[in-house]
Design a protein around this ligand. Structure first.
Ligand code: UD2
Length: 301
């Protein structure tokens, strides 16, 4: 992709800032972010920054109408917050997405929508295929599923090219401390030789994917015509237990941290791993092993 006008919503956040940084090498990139959970320091220097909320159609529509591609990463991303505040989560995640689709219906751009493995809920049919019936178990998951349906409907009714990406557990530099996933929490503690707390027995599993591989998945689906109207898992297809993860992080950091077990987190999913054959068929292959991704992430701390 070269010399295109690209909008990254949530471009001051964790995943969005990596997409913006990579694309800004050869394109004009505009970041839209209200800095609710994003940070201005994350916005790359050579991009234009618009401090706006995706709920505010007038504030975001002009640039989106002009865009060739919109990577929609802006969201209320906390599952816990969505349980406490489902209306706010609905407004940001659903109205925000519909606003972007409405603006795109008046333009020519393509939307790549950041969805989540949360749409699957606690589904035992592993590895999870895109064809599984979604059944979210949190308001957050419900809003992401609604966003997916809006993408499909706008593709079918208004011809807006859309692609849905279901991210699994993404990790890497710039994952914020407030909304951190288990990897950044463990790393922050390991660096200080503090204990790592595992909720439950540590045998629960996740499919961890390094943020740079997530960027590659975004670029790939943006380029491929046949990805339009489709949904793809973005993951590695590898299942890692939280206990294995804790041991790897202690080993890589050389920390003297101990592992402490605490009661399981309510609503925690037991096992999660994706079938990524659909994205592989499009040409995707994750480049980073968990060790490589963890090493790079440590380098950032
Ligand atoms: C991930 C996503 C979330 C949503 C959800 C859908 C991240 C950061 N979050 O939540 O946005 O899409 O999937 O299912 O990717 N744990 C510990 N100790 C800690 C912190 C966590 O043991 O200090 C455990 C936790 O109980 C869970 C696992 O680590 O079993 C992963 O937790 P997480 O919060 O990183 O991510 P997850 O899968 O709950």
């Amino acid at each position: 992709m070269k010399n295109k006008l690209i909008v990254v919503t949530g471009g001051a956040g964790f995943i969005g800032s990596h997409i913006a940084e990579t694309l800004a090498r050869d394109n004009d990139v505009v970041v839209i972010d209200n800095l609710y959970s994003g940070r201005i320091e994350n916005v790359p220097e050579n991009v234009k920054f618009i401090n706006a909320d995706v709920r505010d159609f007038e504030a975001i529509a002009d640039v989106i109408r002009e865009a060739d591609y919109v990577f929609h990463e802006a969201a209320q991303i906390s599952v816990d917050e969505s349980v406490r505040n489902p209306v706010f989560t609905e407004e940001v995640n659903v109205i925000g997405t519909v606003n972007i689709l409405m603006a795109l219906a008046e333009g020519n751009g393509k939307l790549i929508f950041a969805s989540s493995a949360a749409v699957y809920g606690d589904n035992p049919n592993l590895p999870l295929k895109e064809s599984e019936t979604p059944s979210p178990i949190s308001p957050y998951g419900v809003t992401k599923l609604a966003g997916e349906h809006y993408c499909r409907v706008f593709y079918e009714i208004y011809g807006v090219p859309t692609v849905v990406l279901r991210y699994f557990n993404v990790y890497g530099p710039r994952q914020s401390s407030a909304y951190a996933g288990v990897i950044s929490i463990f790393m922050r503690n390991a660096i200080k030789n503090k204990p790592l707390t595992i909720f439950g027995d540590g045998k629960q599993t996740r499919d961890f994917i390094y943020v740079k591989d997530v960027v590659e998945a975004n670029l790939l689906v943006a380029k491929k015509k046949k990805a339009e109207g489709e949904v793809f898992n973005v993951a590695t297809g590898k299942e890692t237990t939280v206990l294995e993860l804790a041991l790897k992080i202690i080993d890589l950091s050389g920390a003297s941290s101990s592992i402490v077990f605490a009661p399981p987190r309510p609503g925690d999913i037991r096992r999660s791993v994706a079938d990524i054959s659909k994205l592989r068929k499009l040409g995707f292959s994750p480049k980073y092993t968990l060790e490589e991704g963890l090493k790079e992430t440590f380098g950032w701390f």
